[in-house]
Write a protein that binds this ligand. Structure first.
Ligand SMILES: C[S@@+](CC[C@H](N)C(=O)[O-])C[C@H]1O[C@@H](n2cnc3c(N)ncnc32)[C@H](O)[C@@H]1O
Length: 179
């Protein structure tokens, strides 16, 4: 009986993390699996430009699939990686992942990406996979403070200059834009 109550409680807490809009304003969906490899190739081809950057930030990092893969495989650059996520269950999952994977160059932050105190003095690449409404709001927020590159999966950021649109095997695009 006690195990039933504990299991029910734990499952309810996890479900709550995904149901309450405050903890999950945009539903969690992982990026397409090919994206880390595609981005690594793109960065390598444009090594001169991207060597100037300091930090790769995944805004709404989910379970960290994309950013952990980049932090592990993207050896051509000396970047730091910052995973910002509002859903506490996904943050817990990423922290466990970081603990076991010994990712010294990656920081996992539990925060609302509109409220986090970024070090805007550093040159940043922002990765976004969000709903169009959040995407546009976040771009307006970043534009006032940061200078760098935005990479958006799936949705085209209308207000930004597109440097490159990369077509993926699933027919969707990665939009690389100047902030
Ligand atoms: C579509 S998922 C993308 C996950 C990951 N970036 C990827 O590409 O695999 C969007 C994520 O953004 C998170 N999110 C939504 N609003 C947020 C906010 N205000 N601050 C931080 N994270 C947020 C959600 O919890 C969700 O995990």
């Amino acid at each position: 009986m006690i195990w039933f109550v504990i299991t029910f409680f734990v499952l309810s807490v996890i479900a709550g993390c995904f149901i309450f809009p405050k903890l999950s304003p945009v539903p969690y969906f992982p990026s397409y699996k090919d994206i880390p490899g595609v981005l690594i190739d793109f960065f390598k081809k444009n090594k001169k430009e991207f060597a100037e950057y300091d930090v790769f930030v995944d805004l709404g990092a989910g379970d960290g699939g994309l950013i952990f893969s980049l932090a592990m495989k993207n050896r051509s650059f000396n970047w730091r990686y910052l995973a910002v996520e509002i859903n506490p269950f996904l943050v817990f999952f990423m922290r466990v992942r970081k603990f076991f994977g010994r990712f010294s160059n990656l920081q996992v932050v539990w925060a609302d990406f509109f409220a986090f105190k970024y070090e805007f003095s550093q040159k940043m690449i922002f990765y976004l996979y969000l709903s169009p409404e959040y995407l546009n709001k976040l771009i307006e927020f970043l534009r006032k403070k940061a200078d760098g590159v935005v990479i958006s999966y799936f949705y085209r950021p209308d207000s930004l200059q597109i440097i490159k649109a990369i077509k993926l095997k699933n027919g969707r695009y990665l939009y690389v834009c100047r902030l």
